[in-house]
Design a protein. Structure first.
Length: 254
């Protein structure tokens, strides 16, 4: 990876620490949902729809128009897919609709509150239908990254999103040139069998590279493939979406 991609470590002091804190919160939150919602094998398409709705609710405190064509256009999916998934969310008591708008139900609000509390992610209590607000547009950022990952292949899963985010975190914040499979599994809390299947698919699709370990010949390191067509675009999504100062965060919450 080129040195220009060490975006969080390239700036000293508070800016670097703030970016590091927010990237960790992003990785922790996505991994929490994968673990607690048991959705590691869920299509990234379903995750993209959920993150679109949840970003409106908990990032920016907005209801979503109950307009299938509008939602389908925003996430670049078919109206049929959106309809099926929304019906599932209605039946599960996760969202409701009033006067042409979608709102979160209490169970969805509590899920996000638990995610933030469990991962020590600061959040803001609000006196409206949404009750809580993320510290920065964290959910929307994960959704944008998921959409770009989705465009790379039909069978992309949430576990693949977690693997990529863990590798970005290791490289951009700690300067690691890669991670072993066991290190990734520990970071994202994924079982060995599921992780092995995930890594195999990602290597076959050119998302990951396998390199020899620098000092232990028994091990190999996994890295993001800088030659992959979407590599730099994914980096730009993360760089643009991560606040680098506490001032930025306060302005977003004001």
């Amino acid at each position: 990876m080129g040195s220009d991609l060490y975006f969080a470590r390239s700036s000293a002091g508070q800016k670097s620490r703030t970016a590091a804190t927010h990237l960790k919160a992003l990785v922790d939150s996505v991994c929490w949902f994968m673990t607690n919602m048991q959705t590691s094998k869920t299509s990234i398409r379903a995750y993209r729809l959920k993150s679109f709705l949840n970003a409106a609710f908990f990032d920016v405190q907005n209801a979503v128009p109950f307009d299938i064509e509008f939602i389908a256009g925003e996430i670049e999916e078919s109206p049929e897919f959106v309809t099926r998934r929304l019906m599932t969310l209605f039946d599960a008591g996760r969202i409701c609709h009033e006067d042409g708008w979608l709102f979160p139900e209490i169970s969805l609000i509590e899920t996000h509150r638990n995610c933030f509390v469990d991962n020590n992610v600061p959040f803001r209590l609000t006196e409206n239908r949404f009750k809580i607000q993320a510290p920065y547009p964290l959910i929307g950022l994960s959704g944008k990254y998921a959409q770009r990952l989705r465009d790379c292949g039909e069978r992309v899963t949430l576990s693949q999103l977690c693997v990529e985010l863990a590798l970005w975190e290791a490289n951009c914040l700690r300067g690691q040139t890669g991670m072993t499979a066991s290190e990734i599994g520990h970071r994202i809390n994924l079982q060995k069998s599921t992780l092995s299947t995930c890594i195999k698919a990602m290597c076959e699709h050119g998302q990951l590279e396998v390199k020899p370990h620098s000092w232990d010949e028994r091990k190999t390191l996994l890295t993001l493939n800088p030659s992959h067509p979407a590599y730099r675009e994914k980096y730009q999504i993360l760089k643009a979406g991560l606040p680098t100062s506490s001032t930025e965060m306060q302005l977003q919450l004001a």
